[in-house]
Design a protein around this ligand. Structure first.
Ligand code: SAM
Length: 227
């Protein structure tokens, strides 16, 4: 397959203050097993260490508080998480390592980089559900093209999502929700199912969400369907 890596310019943060020794050790020990091998992912189900019935993609899982709980709650789902912020990946690995049940590690594969460099390697209609939780807001109008919910990315999501699959989008920025809904509406592959101030069923909050609430912003939860 064509090497599409780094064709797209990434504007977010890849590093914070530097990984603690503990997180660096977790990266060294766990990533060789958990890192998604881009070279051949023609059979997505074979990526996992056990049989899975469905595959969920989490774009920008941050510290992974929501992702780890999903893995615990959905025992026959395989998960793929993309997160270019290495400190976030380290936090997620710490959550995963803290679980007594080591079989969770068989159902998660990680891409510690820009999701737009990973998706082109996926087969068509290979993903059963997608979450994009609190995507970076890029509030200035001239930066809106850096947002995750732009038409080029919607084309990519449309290609890899199975017909009928659901997308969860959460944001605390009203303008982000408005702009995302406009784009999803303009795209013929998606249908808006609901826009709510009530969290999704089985929701696990994240540090990012709690900070937004503390600072007086109101989360909105949008469910969309790949037609
Ligand atoms: C505001 S944080 C939210 C994190 C997490 N989803 C949560 O709800 O707590 C947005 C995350 O998206 C990640 N992100 C930004 N651009 C991305 C990209 N192109 N591919 C994958 N993740 C990305 C950032 O690194 C960051 O961790």
């Amino acid at each position: 397959m064509e090497n599409t890596k780094h064709l797209k310019r990434f504007y977010g943060r890849r590093h914070g203050k530097g990984l603690s020794d503990i997180k660096q050790d977790l990266m060294d020990q766990m990533m060789p097993k958990l890192a998604l091998p881009l070279a051949d992912i023609s059979d997505m189900h074979s990526l996992f260490g056990m049989n899975v019935d469905r595959i969920h993609l989490d774009i920008g899982f941050g510290g992974g508080e929501n992702l780890i709980q999903r893995i615990i709650d959905h025992s026959v789902t395989g998960f793929i998480g993309a997160e270019p912020f290495i400190d976030g990946v380290g936090s997620f690995l710490a959550h995963l390592d803290n679980q007594a049940d080591k079989s969770y590690q068989e159902r998660i594969r990680l891409f510690a980089d820009d999701v737009r460099d990973m998706i082109p390697h996926f087969p068509d209609a290979s993903i059963d559900s997608l979450s994009i939780l609190y995507p970076d807001p890029w509030p200035k109008a001239r930066h809106h093209k850096r947002r995750m919910i732009v038409m080029d990315n919607l084309d990519m999501f449309a290609r890899i999502l199975k017909s009928g699959s659901l997308i969860e989008l959460a944001s605390d920025i009203p303008d982000y929700i408005e702009n995302a809904l406009e784009n999803f509406t303009a795209h013929d592959a998606f249908e808006i199912i609901s826009v709510s101030r009530e969290p999704f069923e089985g929701w696990t909050s994240t540090r990012y969400e709690q900070k937004a609430i503390r600072e007086g912003r109101t989360p909105q939860y949008v469910t969309l369907k790949r037609i």
